[in-house]
Write a protein that binds this ligand. Structure first.
Ligand SMILES: [Zn+2]
Ligand SMILES: [Zn+2]
Length: 152
């Protein structure tokens, strides 16, 4: 990670801390470390990948704790569960409620959260036209990201 990236991670962690304060819950060091791992990784991470990474800092941590932290972070909209790869990605816009839209690269596995107004509109149209009320599970769009597309 370069200086700019680590500055960005710190910025997002501070924002997450402030959000937790406003919800009157604590971003404990353990929760913060897990969140940091997700901020640092461009690809979504599974609970077991997170467990492996967390053990570098907390050698005795068990899988159950990881699941508990994940459900805490999900509850407060700091992360999203990526259903197609049974993994978790950090939320880019935790400060406001939204129906997550994720771009997932099939080559490098990176995920990017986007906010496309027309996609939001399309989801509203679907519920009106088909009387089908979509849950807030992420909309997962697969393809090839720009970085992978320009690689020879
Ligand atoms: Zn989000
Ligand atoms: Zn890619």
């Amino acid at each position: 990670m370069n200086a700019e990236q680590s500055q960005d991670v710190q910025f997002r962690l501070t924002k997450a801390e402030k959000l937790c304060q406003s919800y009157r819950v604590k971003l404990t060091p353990l929760r913060k470390t897990l969140l940091q791992l997700l901020y640092e990784n461009k690809a979504p991470l599974t609970a077991y990948e997170l467990l492996r990474l967390l053990r570098k800092f907390y050698p005795k941590i068990e899988a159950m704790s990881v699941y508990r932290i994940l459900s805490f972070l999900e509850k407060y909209h700091l992360i999203h569960r990526v259903l197609s790869c049974h993994a978790y990605a950090a939320c880019n816009i935790p400060e406001h409620q939204h129906h997550p839209q994720l771009l997932l690269c099939e080559k490098c596995n990176h995920s990017e959260e986007i906010e496309t107004e027309s996609l939001k509109q399309a989801m509203d149209d679907i519920s009106t036209k088909y009387a089908f009320f979509a849950s807030k599970k992420p909309i997962e769009i697969f393809g090839i990201c720009q970085a992978c597309a320009i690689k020879p």
